[in-house]
Write a protein that binds this ligand. Structure first.
Ligand SMILES: [Zn+2]
Length: 475
């Protein structure tokens, strides 16, 4: 009775607040665009890139900042992309830069992970064209970017427009824990040339030509948060289509390739029916050496080719097409938003397929694992290690897994229990609709659930995020 009254009161406050401040539908924002042309020679990418930058952030920008994530793979990197030594190291060297057709200089940050280019004052909606030439040395490793055992993982290799926050452009330090990479949605045209024996797994269909032993592919991908591709001479491709969607599964001869491609298609269709449509007409799954099971990019995922749990890794990375790609968030400071929701969605897929037992068991297993962690932290007297609301630099890999994945998943399981299936799904579809191709935050999440549940859920969310011990049972 008390709870209902509280909810009704809050609902009234919400209604009054919303009525007082909405100004109708938000307009679609303009996007920046990338044209990238590169050739792969040995383990080097020779690149030319033109960025059509549009200021959607604020008026009066006097500089544009780009992240140079490849420098985190350098041997002397201050903020490293790797936790253990690499076989060989990488980096980026910028050899030419023009702004609006004129030669320009740039300022490299102290940790070499970003650079700024000066621009004439750019007001909201103004554009600038930044042309650059650069060389990328690929490290030998099985991380986001690098070559290993005949595979080339190519992500974040290009200078990437830094996202703009309340305090200007964000250029966060790299970290081997969590996902330190932030980006806004843009359009990409990519032309890549490489040895004709290599097969390309790309996030969109392209055209392909072969001449003098070299293959050149041209790809256009719109509304993507990042551009990634994988090359290998070992790749075979399994294709499965349904109406307007095609899945490409690149593998090295896996006997279950047809089932795996069909699973990917089924996961996309299942999540589309609950969260909102998958935004592209292709989805690419690349089995490739990758140190951490799987990695999500726009329209493409890596799955480690030695994974012992292909199914759950695939479901997890596919769920990121909604929680990371379609709805972005600040992975550095609020990584729990996409990882927790993705972990819950992975378990929830089984419920959506009618397998309640697996769904319940998955959540129970996550609860048990987190409860053990919580108990050990309490015994150590380290209450702070229960707080989800921390950035990736404050956690060990183990803590980050327990907080951003497991504890956060339990937050969503709690919301599911409190809201019930119908309102929970409605909340997630509001969350997608209201933040489509943008970056959401914990307030956006509370807003979506508040709207669906007709009550203020801020207290519930804050309780889970805080350092309060919340899991008291191992059941
Ligand atoms: Zn994830």
């Amino acid at each position: 009775m008390k709870k209902t009254l509280f909810c009704l009161f809050i609902a009234l406050v919400c209604l009054l607040t919303v009525a007082g401040c909405t100004g109708g539908e938000r307009e679609d924002t303009a996007k920046s665009g990338y044209e990238i042309e590169f050739s792969l020679e040995e383990n080097t990418l020779n690149c030319r890139q033109t960025v059509d930058f549009v200021n959607v952030y604020s008026d009066g920008l006097r500089e544009i900042k780009f992240n140079l994530y490849m420098n985190a793979y350098a041997e002397d990197a201050v903020d490293k992309a790797y936790a253990t030594p690499l076989k060989t190291y990488g980096g980026t060297e910028i050899t030419a830069l023009k702004i609006n057709g004129n030669d320009a200089s740039f300022t490299l940050s102290e940790n070499k992970l970003s650079f700024s280019v000066p621009v004439d004052s750019l007001k909201l909606g103004d554009r600038a064209e930044i042309y650059m030439e650069y060389t990328v040395t690929l490290p030998e490793c099985d991380l986001r970017t690098g070559y290993s055992d005949g595979y080339y993982n190519l992500s974040n290799f290009y200078p990437q427009i830094a996202v703009y926050g309340e305090e200007g452009f964000l250029s966060d330090a790299y970290s081997a824990v969590g996902d330190p990479i932030l980006s806004d949605v843009a359009d990409f045209s990519v032309k890549a040339t490489f040895d004709e024996h290599l097969v390309a797994a790309t996030p969109a269909l392209g055209t392909e030509t072969i001449a003098e032993g070299k293959k050149t592919i041209s790809i256009r991908a719109e509304n993507i948060r990042d551009f990634a591709m994988v090359l290998s001479d070992k790749f075979l491709c399994e294709t499965v289509s349904d109406e307007n969607l095609t899945v490409y599964y690149f593998h090295d001869g896996n006997e279950e390739s047809a089932e795996r491609a069909s699973l990917a298609l089924d996961v996309l269709k299942t999540f589309s029916s609950v969260f909102g449509d998958y935004p592209y007409d292709t989805f690419t799954v690349a089995s490739t050496p990758f140190a951490e099971e799987g990695m999500e990019f726009s329209g493409l995922v890596y799955i480690d080719n030695l994974t012992t749990d292909f199914e759950k890794t695939l479901i997890h990375e596919t769920a990121h097409q909604w929680w990371y790609n379609l709805v972005g968030n600040d992975n550095v400071r609020e990584g729990w938003l996409d990882e927790g929701l993705t972990t819950f969605s992975t378990a929830y897929y089984y419920s959506l397929k009618g397998d309640e037992e697996t769904f319940t068991e998955e959540i129970k297993s996550i609860r048990r694992s987190y409860a053990l962690y919580e108990r050990s932290q309490k015994l150590r007297g380290d209450k702070g290690a229960l707080n989800i609301n921390v950035d990736i630099y404050s956690c060990t890999d183990y803590q980050y897994g327990m907080l951003a994945y497991n504890k956060s998943c339990l937050l969503f399981a709690d919301l599911y229990e409190k809201a019930g299936k119908e309102k929970f799904e409605k909340a997630l579809s509001y969350y997608v609709d209201d933040n489509r191709f943008r970056r959401a935050d914990s307030t956006s999440l509370a807003d979506a659930f508040g709207k669906a549940m007709n009550c203020d859920v801020t207290g519930i969310i804050d309780g889970w995020l805080s350092d309060k011990a919340v899991v008291t049972t191992f059941a």
